[in-house]
Design a protein around this ligand. Structure first.
Ligand SMILES: [Zn+2]
Length: 195
């Protein structure tokens, strides 16, 4: 008979050791088990400080890079109108607007009747740049601070941060560079609003 202190957490920890998932916190696993009904295959969500997905019925972390890749890769059909995106201009438009070229043209045509059009275009560009700065910063910080055991990307490749990296020094550099860029972009955004 199991002792009372032998909890589910311990079972999960043992299972993690067996499956090689030593980096997975048991606390998170318990949270996940409680929530299994809430997430289904292919879902992506953030829990704690990590992004998770369920693939082949296994909960696993998604590296920031996978998230970025997903943002850049296009689905086959436009989420807005459902048409297949195969035109040359669909790709660059999808990247920015998450819809096909035709949908963007239609949206912007409607917008043109209002004087907010120019502001919209400028803000869109700046906000997109800010998003990229945020994503890159957290991705780089993640990569540097990831433990030596490495991490598994969505396609199952174990990525490892190799070499004697000065984590503090690099983290500082990344934060500084991101902050400088962010400040510059935000100033631009505010200037545009004031104009
Ligand atoms: Zn469309």
């Amino acid at each position: 008979m199991l002792k009372k202190e032998f909890k589910r957490k311990d079972v999960q920890r043992a299972r993690n050791l067996i499956t090689g998932k030593t980096g997975v916190s048991t606390g998170t696993q318990i949270g996940y088990n409680k929530k299994t009904e809430d997430y289904k295959e292919g879902d992506v969500w953030t829990e704690g400080r990590k992004t998770w997905t369920i693939k082949n019925s296994i909960k696993q972390t998604v590296s920031k890079l996978d998230v970025i890749k997903k943002e850049v890769f296009m689905p086959l059909s436009c989420p807005c109108c459902g048409k297949i995106m195969k035109k040359r201009l669909d790709k660059p438009n999808y990247k920015i607007h998450k819809k096909c070229h035709d949908c963007v043209v239609e949206f912007e045509h409607k917008l043109r009747y209002t004087n907010k059009y120019n502001e919209y275009i400028k803000n869109l560009k700046i906000k997109n740049s800010l998003d990229i700065v945020d994503e890159m910063e957290s991705y780089l910080l993640d990569a540097i601070n990831t433990s030596n055991s490495g991490y598994i990307s969505e396609d199952g490749v174990v990525e490892k941060w190799i070499g004697g990296v000065d984590k503090n020094e690099w983290s500082k550099k990344i934060k500084e560079a991101s902050q400088t860029r962010r400040k510059h972009l935000k100033k631009e955004l505010n200037d545009k609003k004031g104009a």
